[in-house]
Design a protein around this ligand. Structure first.
Ligand SMILES: C[S@@+](CC[C@H](N)C(=O)[O-])C[C@H]1O[C@@H](n2cnc3c(N)ncnc32)[C@H](O)[C@@H]1O
Length: 431
């Protein structure tokens, strides 16, 4: 890429970031250096916005030199893959992971990066653009990934999730970086266009940036197809380029009673993106994966899956823990499958599984049998329970919902156990 490097007024070597070929060559070089990927990025298609990150990185941190770039240069793309890794680790039992990248583009950057990082992942990747398909296939071949990434050529009016409809196999996740805009006017109104100038954003083809109705309509199509496919895929996700699109998508979830969803934010330099995910399965995500603290989005965040019940008068966690164990032991049909302790943190985690709700007042009135049968039936509730005591803070029990269809079952369980713990502590004269 030597042709893109020039000597600036201070006498140091620098890159001309206004040159699109220079951005492409730099992206190719960084992908090669940091991820061992050999990419060829065509001049008439979008360059994965590693360039935006690199521009920020070099302008603000190392304006004069190309030396010393960190391994994090593909952050914009990498952040999405890291979020998916977290989802996969916490909700997928198997090692062999199947992903589906909608609109993979000329680089096929997501499946290539993900397969490089995760040796047991494989992908189906689609696009509707001949030129991108051709280039994506070349990039996949250049990296000898043909056995793990299969490209399917779609038409604009095909079902977006067509490969899921036809595949015999189930998928672990769907991912997508959709065209964000609804028209060329929408592109020119965008903050990024204004900030970076027309060259930075208009280097790609219309098909990459514009879709009827913009990203909200695109994701709404994916959502509506997912309503038919449901558990054929564990997690449906998409990136969003505009924060204002998130409430529209969440209102679709609410309309269709989909409460198992997640919102996250990727911030890299001046570039900000969001991703949203939803699932029809019972595995629940931790709040650190499913929620963000952005104040503008609090009223549309999914409900918390971690609930803290604190016990005002401080006491050692081991007292609380032994009371908790006794309480759990007398709840019909509970299986406390494992416990683990971390010596340095003085906290203990218990994993609890309930095949039926035996603790609610209604269940106790009806004296429902404790259905502790085998693992074949999905549990009504799986959660982890941790007792915590820290200096100067009240002891607390932290319940984390791991699996279940019905939030009210989780919440009634946490209330029941907490009430019983309080009454036992009172009997012991401890509360
Ligand atoms: C913003 S680009 C993303 C490209 C690439 N995934 C990336 O992140 O660099 C959107 C891509 O979606 C493709 N696309 C648009 N409509 C599509 C559809 N109905 N099905 C599949 N791909 C589509 C476009 O051709 C384009 O390659």
């Amino acid at each position: 890429m030597s042709f893109s490097v020039f000597i600036n007024h201070t006498g140091s070597s620098a890159i001309n970031f206004k040159s699109l070929p220079a951005q492409r060559r730099l992206t190719e070089a960084l992908c090669h250096r940091d991820y061992g990927l050999s990419l060829t990025l065509p001049d008439d298609r979008l360059c994965p916005p590693v360039s935006l990150v690199v521009i920020c990185f070099y302008f603000y941190l190392m304006p004069d030199t190309l030396e010393g770039s960190s391994a994090g240069n593909l952050m914009c793309r990498l952040n999405y893959i890291l979020w998916l890794q977290d989802i996969v680790i916490s909700t997928c039992g198997s090692n062999t992971i199947r992903g589906f990248d909608i609109g993979t583009g000329a680089s096929a950057i997501y499946p290539l990066l993900a397969c490089r990082l995760e040796p047991t992942w494989s992908f189906i990747a689609t696009d509707i653009d001949d030129r991108s398909i051709q280039s994506a296939k070349q990039n996949i071949a250049q990296n000898s990934m043909e056995g793990r990434i299969v490209i399917e050529h779609m038409q604009a009016d095909d079902a977006i999730l067509q490969p899921l409809h036809t595949s015999q196999m189930d998928f672990d996740f769907v991912m997508c970086n959709p065209p964000f805009y609804s028209s060329t006017e929408d592109v020119s109104r965008s903050a990024e266009f204004k900030e970076l100038g027309p060259n930075a954003i208009c280097s790609g083809a219309e098909v990459e940036m514009i879709t009827p109705g913009g990203e909200t309509s695109f994701v709404a199509r994916i959502f509506s197809e997912s309503l038919q496919l449901r558990t054929k895929c564990r997690w449906y996700t998409s990136m969003l380029g505009k924060m204002s699109s998130i409430p529209d998508v969440v209102s679709l979830f609410r309309e269709h009673n989909v409460d198992n969803y997640a919102i996250t934010e990727f911030v890299q330099g001046q570039t900000r993106r969001w991703a949203i995910g939803w699932s029809f399965q019972d595995a629940r995500l931790s709040d650190t994966i499913a929620r963000i603290s952005n104040p503008a989005l609090q009223n549309i965040m999914p409900s918390r899956n971690t609930l803290h019940h604190s016990f005002p008068s401080a006491r050692p966690a081991n007292t609380l823990e032994s009371v908790l164990r006794n309480v759990l032991a007398i709840v019909d049909g509970l299986l406390v499958t494992s416990t683990s302790a971390t010596p340095e943190s003085s906290s203990t985690t218990m994993l609890v599984r309930a095949q039926g709700n035996t603790w609610s007042r209604a269940a106790r009135r009806k004296r429902l049998p404790a259905a502790v049968s085998a693992d074949q039936e999905p549990p009504v509730l799986r959660c982890s329970i941790e007792c915590c005591s820290k200096v100067d803070t009240p002891c607390e029990i932290i319940f984390t919902w791991l699996e279940g269809k019905d939030r009210s079952v989780f919440e009634s369980f946490t209330s029941h156990v907490s009430r019983k713990v309080i009454s036992t502590l009172r009997e012991l004269g401890d509360e």
